[in-house]
Design a protein around this ligand. Sequence first.
Ligand SMILES: Cc1cc2nc3c(=O)[nH]c(=O)nc-3n(C[C@H](O)[C@H](O)[C@H](O)COP(=O)(O)OP(=O)(O)OC[C@H]3O[C@@H](n4cnc5c(N)ncnc54)[C@H](O)[C@@H]3O)c2cc1C
Length: 416
Amino acid sequence: MHVMVLGAGVTGVTTAWYLRQAGFEVSLIDRQPGAGLETSFANGGQISISHPEPWANPSAPWLALRWLGRTDAPLKLHPARDPAQWRWVIAFLRECLPWRTRHNTAAIAALAVWSGHCLAELRDTTGLEYEQRTRGILHLFNSTREFRHATRRAAELAHFGIEARVCSAADCVEIEPALGFRHGHLAGGMYAPGDESGNAHLFTQALAERLGQAGARLYWNTRILHLNHRNGRIDGVDIADAAGRKGVLSADAYVVCLGSYSPRLLAPLGMRLPIYPVKGYSITAPLTEPARAPEVSLTDESRRIVCSRLGNRLRVAGTAELNGFDTRVRPERIRPLEEWARQNFPGVIDETRITPWAGLRPATPGNLPLIGKGPCPKLWLNTGHGTLGWTLACGSAAALVQLMRGEWPPIAYPFR
Ligand SMILES: Cc1cc2nc3c(=O)[nH]c(=O)nc-3n(C[C@H](O)[C@H](O)[C@H](O)COP(=O)(O)OP(=O)(O)OC[C@H]3O[C@@H](n4cnc5c(N)ncnc54)[C@H](O)[C@@H]3O)c2cc1C
């Protein structure tokens, strides 16, 4: 059976990989000249199994109101005359209800734990190198009020089978000595030793290369224009190459992994996918003092900023902005990330060589990816991974392949 995977971000490439490993004939298509060049390019780098709580939670609406009008707000809405944006915001508010948050957190936790096992297995079997670090994630709390929730969160994670322990400020510095030079108050932390970090782009590229060696057909610089459908059946994909030459590619089944652009492809089939782009930013800079740079990946819970060491570089990422498909880098949104690096690791990065970046998280209102059957026969979905696409990629792909083979994955998740 020939399966065509549409989109070669981390989701599409892992989907193609698991399909090939299961014996399917595979084609992978992307408009970029290689794999992982859009949202999977410069994300926070965290395999953050210990962060299953979605942004849509009971405190989100109050925080959003508090941050209103602040240019450095972790969450910013640019109201647009775009019905899709308003539909998404209303659905997001519904997902903030306590019982929805509990449901979504449990489903993400189950998928994340499984995904962590799948990633470790994939790494063991392929020997893939992607600047990975298996030293856990340390969550930092600047205020005593926020730190008080750490005990409840650690207990909740234990319930999902995720190890996390509450730490004093002194424990945090013991786990990550580079925090000893930090300016500002640290109330305490929560350490999840099973978490990891790594370069999602390197991983995606390296896996795509292996995929080519394993016999998959890779179509780069190939824009997907439409799905051809007749009587509710897909019979091909209209494409155009870099020179604008058009053609049709067909297969026995199609998997949509187009990130934030997935809804555009499915709209003509009458399917309204609840995915909206939530823009985020990162900076990456070479280290001037590697010995004083963090080794453990960090999540600043108070500032909603994450930080990962990638070889001899430091990546700092965060912020969420609802601003349509605009991927331009805004200096005022980059500045809080630079300030964070300066405050936490003074003199550690080369500030003259910072590379800023912005990407669009393909977010569903509850942060649950859409995995399973599409709206018509032969069409499958693996998309909408929001804030956790790198964390959930391997598990989502492995699960989708099981569903395509008529099996049910061994986790409690609302697959389609
Ligand atoms: C600032 C930031 C920090 C983040 N940090 C983390 C983190 O620490 N941990 C984590 O787990 N997740 C993180 N994420 C989320 C994660 O990066 C995303 O969920 C993930 O990259 C989504 O992958 P994807 O493959 O679904 O989408 P993408 O990577 O966007 O891939 C979609 C692909 O589809 C292709 N495409 C789209 N339309 C077409 C078309 N018409 N024709 C052909 N090709 C097309 C694109 O070229 C692209 O390659 C972060 C995101 C951001 C923005």
